[in-house]
Design a protein around this ligand. Sequence first.
Ligand SMILES: *Cc1c(COP(=O)(O)O)cnc(C)c1O
Length: 236
Amino acid sequence: MSPADRLYAVRSRISEAARGSGRNKHDITLIAVSKTHPASAVRQLALEGHTDFGENYLKEAAGKIHELESLSIVWHFIGHIQSNKCSEIAELFDWVHSVDRLKIARRLNDAAGQFGKRLNVLIQVNIDGEASKSGVSPDQVPDMVEAIRGFTHLQLRGLMTIPKPSDDPQQAREPYKRLHDLLDAANSQSASVNGARLDCLSMGMSADLEAAVAEGASHVRIGTALFGPRHYPAEA
Ligand SMILES: *Cc1c(COP(=O)(O)O)cnc(C)c1O
């Protein structure tokens, strides 16, 4: 399949899933996860009119972002964040989905202020309580929401998660529903007091995007189904 065909196929899956759950497909943003794939692969999709791309590794991403400067791309950082990388992440990216501790939020906020921008951020939630995964635990979400809402250079948009791997993609519906419930709880607790409604749920990957759309995803992060298998681990 050509990149254009793959893009078309993934968009069709999103449309189908949206239709199946009575949602508008335009309420779901497809993020093409281009980690380990070259700038030329990003350019091919961008020339098909695709705008949103996700990257996990700062060093790898920085090269592509500079190389593709002339295209209008919205860049999403979705990888683990080291605190000494916050400034460069704030400079290069429009969205950060993987804020998992207060120190990171504070540093992104300081850096965004220096660059005169307001970063869209999401809190990464370790929804299945896996020892190997980053993310705040579900019970820490209310405090993180309150704290991040206090940062003027961050626009808190919602929550992100990666569920426990499973052979049956439909198994992901349950953790995705729990993430949605956490978002609703955060909105009912503090939206009226402290600012805008959180409107984003970043959930769903190549294998399980249907489950995520059914549970209310606003952003699905799709790598393999768009770019094929990843052949080498990128450097952090
Ligand atoms: C790599 C990655 C994806 C894409 O996964 P695929 O299964 O290839 O679609 C999505 N989200 C995050 C956080 C990732 O690291």
